[in-house]
Write a protein that binds this ligand. Structure first.
Ligand code: PHE
Length: 342
């Protein structure tokens, strides 16, 4: 009996000193002390060697020992659990960060920004207007009355609820809105999205982007128009690009012209992009028609002005040698990310 007592004391010491650091060691502890072949079971087995008159006392001792081991096991289990929960919660600040992919500007935005900044350096400010326009601002005020044959080239999308509303076909409508303010002299560029009823192909889409420009003051001449556009082309495409003007027709300008630059792809030799002519058209321009000024309440005897309009897609295609207009609106990241360093 005394022997059993000291034996149990020893075991208690040993158990109190046991170190359990993780789930594996905890399981080893359970097997060693509480398992079917564990210490508690084997000591219980010694009851049969205890004389009958001391069985009760020994039973109490053994039972108390068993409870001690179980309580200790529970304590260790709780400790291991909080430890692993803490470990799961803990943030390791020394780990390398998760890289966030940085997007790139759309090529149309890149070229838009370049165009705007070139004209801003010449003193033009940016004016914007609505994409849903009324007939008067988009057509009539620009000398394109109903049934004018030139409307054909700018067929668009009409809003059935109100036949007077349409998706603007050019940002010339913004020029009208600005002229109506009669805050002269006026020197603006109007960038924005425009719409046309076109069959979608590599060269045409039902929407595209424009930058139109307008300068109205006293004594503005065609020479001013040419100098402004020369500056723009040199800044945009470099010193070596050649420029030519061809007479053209727009109802809202008189005289009117189209401007070509020497082909950037073949340098003027002739290739498929310039249709073997060595030249590519980049914009339309002219002196603002006196009736347009009158329509906006500006004295056409006193003021003159020039206007021009270019398509951002066209310029972007030339600069980056993009062959298909549809790529700009397909949102294919493999295409878009190529312009990251531009
Ligand atoms: N508004 C014309 C177009 O969209 C472009 C243009 C603007 C032409 C100004 C001449 C003067 O086709």
């Amino acid at each position: 009996m005394e022997q059993l007592l000291s034996q149990l004391q020893e075991h208690k010491k040993e158990i109190t000193a046991a170190v359990v650091a993780n789930a594996e060691q905890l399981e080893a502890f359970r097997i060693k002390y509480l398992g079917t072949k564990g210490l508690v079971k084997s000591i219980m087995g010694e009851m049969k060697n205890v004389p009958a008159d001391r069985k009760k006392e020994a039973g109490q001792l053994l039972n108390e020992f068993k409870l001690f081991v179980e309580a200790h096991f529970e304590q260790l289990t709780a400790a291991v659990q909080t430890e692993s929960a803490d470990a799961a919660d803990a943030t390791d600040w020394s780990l390398p960060g998760q890289p966030l992919p940085i997007g790139t500007r759309h090529p149309i935005s890149i070229v838009h920004n370049r165009i705007v900044s070139i004209f801003q350096r010449l003193g033009f400010s940016v004016a914007e207007g609505p994409e849903i326009e009324d007939d008067w601002h988009n057509f009539t005020a620009l000398n394109l009355p109903e049934n004018h044959p030139a409307r054909d080239m700018q067929d668009t999308f009409y809003i059935s609820k109100n036949p007077d509303w349409l998706l603007r076909t050019h940002t010339s409508s913004v020029q009208i809105r600005e002229m109506q303010k009669k805050d002269l002299p006026l020197r603006i560029i109007c960038p924005g999205r425009v719409y046309r009823n076109e069959t979608i192909s590599a060269r045409a889409h039902c929407f595209f982007h424009q930058v139109e420009g307008l300068y109205i003051a006293e004594n503005v001449s065609f020479a001013d128009l040419k100098q402004t556009l020369y500056f723009f082309v040199k800044e945009m495409f470099g010193e070596n690009v050649k420029i030519r003007f061809r007479p053209s027709y727009f109802p809202f300008t008189e005289p009117s012209a189209e401007m070509d630059i020497s082909c950037l792809i073949c340098g003027g030799e002739g290739c498929s992009v310039c249709k073997r002519t060595g030249w590519v058209e980049i914009l339309g321009c002219g002196m603002v028609h006196p009736s347009v000024l009158d329509n906006c309440g500006i004295d056409s005897k006193k003021y003159t002005g020039f206007a021009f309009g270019l398509g951002i897609e066209r310029i972007t295609m030339l600069l980056y040698q993009v062959k298909d207009l549809r790529l700009f609106s397909e949102n294919d990241v493999r295409f878009l990310k190529q312009f990251s360093n531009a």
